[in-house]
Each structure stands twice: as structure tokens, then as C-alpha cells.
Design a protein around this ligand. Structure first.
Ligand SMILES: [Zn+2]
Length: 281
């Protein structure tokens, strides 16, 4: 007899116990427990960031710089995990997908979902990077970025970088497109009645006030804090208001505290000056 047998026999009660839990409760309670542990102790489950990436975070993300040391480590680990999960593909005259490109894209996604520790946009695996605005055969027009339900995110590198140059003008392509991706995920989740990422009630509270703002913008009687493009559809309004939420939180709150609070509820964050960035429940 070899000596491995006793250890294997020791494992039997544990395996039987786990099987019983699965049989009694199905997979969901088990997955919920795993999610809870990952959310409660995120650093245990996150990879170490590649040192080459970290410099781009401190250089381009005021949000990251505002975080506590622990918050920074979580942000870094989540950026690395996002990069590990995605396929970045260069287009046209982009010769190489650089570290900076990956970090600006991943950082936009993680900043947007910092209130959702387990969110990695899993329905989107492929990210195409074009040098500049690109022609879309689908719409017959030039675009700076788009997100489609087939799981592809497309971005213009020039426009993406411009979004990072002035971080108080309320224009940020990375956040804008990732916000579209979130709404696509929410819609598909609802259709499949699968895991609910956004709380539907919070999203409805936002949409309700958003439609009022869109109506005001369409009438055009008073100037809006939001750029006109936001009035195109509820999806565009959501993305445009996410940009303003991150880049002009104080002005946003002063302009429309109901809308700001509704979006803060969806994002689970409050970014106003003097507020410590904490994830709310
Ligand atoms: Zn858009």
C-alpha cells in the first residue's frame, strides 16, 4: 500500500459535504458565497499588477490617486485582471498595442465599476483599437467608439487619449463607451433573467429623472450641463452623464442633485470634493 491513501480518505467527508450542499441548495448559494468572499477580501483573489502598468495609473487617473493605499492596490489588481481577460487587437496603422493603451482602456472600465468588485464586462472579450475615427459599415458613418451586443468594443486611440488630456471638461471616451457596455450587459441580463448586475430599481430611478432632463434639453429653453448629444437617446444620456459624473461631480450635484444622487446610487460611489471615495451599498 502506498502512503497517499490516508490523505485521500481524509478528503472523503469534505467532498461528501460539498456534494450535499450542492444537492440541497443547487449551485447558486455556493456561487453567492464565493462572490461574497471575493468581494469581502478582494486582494486575496487579485493578481499583482505588472510594474510597467502602474506608472500610467498614477499619471492618468486622478480617481486612482484619490484612493487609499488599499483602494489603490485593489484598483491595480483589478486593472491587471481586466487586461488578462481581454484580447486587444490593433487596427489600421496601429503597429502595436502598447502598455499605455491597455492601461487607459482597462483603467476606464475599472474606474467606472469600482463600486462592483466582481464586474469584468465578461460579455465583452475583444477590444479593437483604431488609430483615429473609423468608418463603420454598419452605420455608414465615422465613429470614435462603439460597443455591440456581439461582445466587441471598438475605440479610436486618438479620441481615447484626448479624453484623458482634460479631465474636467466632461468628455471621456473610455468612460463613455464602457458605460454603453454596462447598459448592454444589463439589458442582456434582464432578457436572460440571469445575474442582475445593476439594481433595477436604482437604474429606473436614474432613467426617470434622465427622461425629464432629456425633455428639457430637447425643448432647449435653458442651457443644460450636459452636451446636446446626450439627448439623442437614454443610452447616450447615460454615457454622457457618466462622463460628467466623474469629471464634474460638484457641478453635476449643484445642477441636479436628484439625478446626481440617482447616478451615485447606480455607480455606488460619491465623487464630490471632500468626499472620500467609498463604495456605498
Ligand atoms: Zn455613445
Amino acid at each position: 500500500m502506498d502512503q497517499d491513501h490516508p490523505a485521500v480518505i481524509d478528503m472523503i467527508p469534505i467532498v461528501v459535504f460539498l456534494l450535499m450542499i450542492l444537492l440541497m441548495g443547487g449551485l447558486k448559494p455556493f456561487l453567492d458565497l464565493m462572490r461574497y468572499i471575493r468581494t469581502r477580501y478582494p486582494l486575496l483573489f487579485l493578481p499583482e499588477i505588472s510594474p510597467a502598468y502602474r506608472q500610467y495609473l498614477s499619471r492618468h487617473f486622478p480617481f486612482y490617486n484619490r484612493l487609499s493605499n488599499k483602494g489603490k492596490r485593489i484598483f491595480e489588481g483589478r486593472v491587471q485582471k481586466f487586461i488578462n481577460k481581454k484580447e486587444f487587437i490593433r487596427r489600421d496603422s496601429i503597429h502595436e498595442v502598447t502598455d499605455e493603451m491597455k492601461v487607459l482602456i482597462a483603467g476606464s472600465a475599472i474606474q467606472l465599476t469600482f463600486g462592483y468588485p466582481d464586474m469584468y464586462f465578461d460579455r465583452f472579450v475583444t477590444i479593437f483599437i483604431y488609430p483615429d475615427e473609423y468608418y463603420s459599415r454598419l452605420s455608414g458613418a465615422y465613429h470614435k467608439g462603439e460597443v455591440n451586443a456581439a461582445g466587441v468594443i471598438v475605440l479610436s486611440w486618438k479620441s481615447l487619449k484626448e479624453g484623458f488630456e482634460d479631465q474636467a471638461d466632461g468628455i471621456h471616451l473610455g468612460l463613455h463607451e464602457m458605460a454603453h457596455a454596462l447598459r448592454v450587459i444589463k439589458k442582456l441580463d434582464d432578457e436572460e433573467e440571469s445575474y442582475q448586475f445593476f439594481d433595477s430599481k436604482k437604474m429606473q430611478a436614474f432613467d426617470l429623472e434622465a427622461y425629464r432632463e432629456i425633455a428639457k434639453m430637447t425643448e432647449g429653453e435653458e442651457p443644460s450641463l450636459f452636451r446636446d448629444y446626450g439627448a439623442t437617446s437614454i443610452e447616450e444620456f447615460f454615457s454622457v452623464s457618466v462622463e460628467v459624473f466623474f469629471e464634474k461631480p460638484d457641478a453635476f450635484f449643484a445642477y441636479n442633485p436628484i439625478l446626481y444622487s440617482a447616478l451615485a446610487g447606480v455607480m455606488k460611489m460619491d465623487l464630490r470634493t471632500g468626499q472620500k471615495i467609498t463604495v456605498m451599498d
